[in-house]
Design a protein around this ligand. Structure first.
Ligand code: KQY
Length: 374
């Protein structure tokens, strides 16, 4: 069993690294629930398999699948991808999985946050979430890492760090009373600072329009380098997204990071509004307690929801005129990585995108402890 630590990463000299720092690999969960994924989750499984294969070109990938889905996942996934059996309620490991922290000696530890399916019984997206809440602990134990277990609800998609002491988040999510209702803004900041070893928190007001996660920052605004962020943007002033992005732009323009640097802000113009079709909505089972999918509903489509692997960036495309310009912009922002665009629509139909279904594990410098070794 991995040791449960009662100290904080900050006390122990551990910090959350930026996503562009070296990874030992990437973790994913296999989708199967038919009340979130249409047509028995088969189109989503193909989309997840494409994401896993793309990331595997840049670093090792592990996909966790339920006992019922193990053989199917093994058959559909690239042979380079490792498949392990693990039960979960759905497949959003960014949010229910661990956050890894490292120290200067290259040791890695895991943070096992509490998870309540984006709001619990006060607006959460499904019930129950008990198996999702165990994913962090299970992954950390598989990696034989020591574990911090704060009494704090946090989804990995609600935060983004530069690895140098700065964190981006949104008030819409972290101050939502359905996450940590007994904690003030100051107490929430203190948890983030203590567990991720931060000096500065940059608060944006909201995330992408109609994002069902209550505005996760990983779909809206992310660090791409120290002192540089990408921000979901639209030039259409009649789009409700305009006001949200413009507010974020003003806040970011007036901000400096933990090292006192002003931020360079790259606008990433989103695709035209993506709406659920009648056929897509009809393919999702309606189950009490799960957020329904209705024909005509607008989805929170954003190119910011990409994954930074060691050698590649895996970004979603939406068959939109902006796909290629965004790919070109990411190529400029990440000159040492190849940009792989994969279809984003099926994952988006489930409520998120590539970043939401992945979780990086930092490389660190692993010390293998062998029983009986001198
Ligand atoms: O991180 C995410 N975007 C997760 C969304 C969960 C959607 C469940 N329907």
């Amino acid at each position: 069993m991995s040791k449960v630590l009662t100290t904080t990463p900050r006390q122990d000299g551990f910090r959350m690294p930026a996503e562009w720092e070296p990874h030992i690999g990437c973790w994913m969960l296999w989708p199967e629930r038919s009340d979130n994924w249409r047509n028995g989750a088969k189109p989503a499984q193909h989309a997840f398999a494409a994401v896993a294969a793309a990331i595997a070109q840049g670093e090792p990938v592990t996909v966790c699948a339920s006992p019922a889905q193990y053989l199917i996942a093994r058959e559909m996934l690239d042979p380079a991808v490792r498949v392990v059996e693990m039960t979960s309620n759905d497949s959003w490991i960014r949010d229910c999985g661990p956050t890894f922290v490292v120290n200067d000696g290259g040791q890695v530890r895991g943070i096992d946050w509490k998870f309540n399916a984006w709001g619990g019984l006060a607006g959460g997206l499904y019930f129950p979430w008990d198996q999702d809440d165990l994913v962090g602990e299970k992954v950390i134990e598989l990696e034989r890492d020591d574990r911090y277990a704060p009494d704090f609800i946090l989804e990995g998609g609600s935060i983004d760090v530069d690895g140098e002491g700065t964190l981006l988040t949104t008030e819409e999510c972290l101050l939502n009373p359905n996450r940590n209702p007994d904690k003030s803004r100051e107490q929430i900041e203190q948890y983030l600072k203590d567990y991720l070893n931060l000096k500065k928190i940059l608060w944006l007001k909201k995330g992408v329009y109609l994002d069902e996660t209550s505005g996760h920052v990983d779909n809206f605004c992310r660090f791409v380098a120290p002192g540089e962020v990408v921000l979901t943007w639209t030039e259409d002033r009649s789009d409700p997204q305009y006001e949200i992005s413009a507010d974020a732009l003003e806040r970011l323009k007036g901000a400096t990071d933990a090292k006192g640097r002003p931020l360079k802000i790259h606008k990433l113009v989103g695709p035209k509004p993506v709406l659920i079709t009648k056929e897509e909505a009809a393919g999702v089972d309606k189950v009490a307690g799960t957020l329904p999918r209705e024909s005509g509903d607008r989805l929170a489509a954003s190119y910011v929801n990409f994954y930074i692997a060691n050698k590649v960036i895996v970004m979603p495309y939406f068959n939109d005129a902006a796909d290629v310009p965004v790919q070109q912009m990411l190529a400029k922002l990440f000159p040492t990585r190849r940009i792989i665009a994969v279809p984003g629509r099926e994952i988006l139909l489930g409520g998120g995108n590539i970043h939401c279904i992945t979780q990086q594990e930092p490389l660190g410098r692993r010390v293998v402890q062998m029983a009986g070794a001198a």
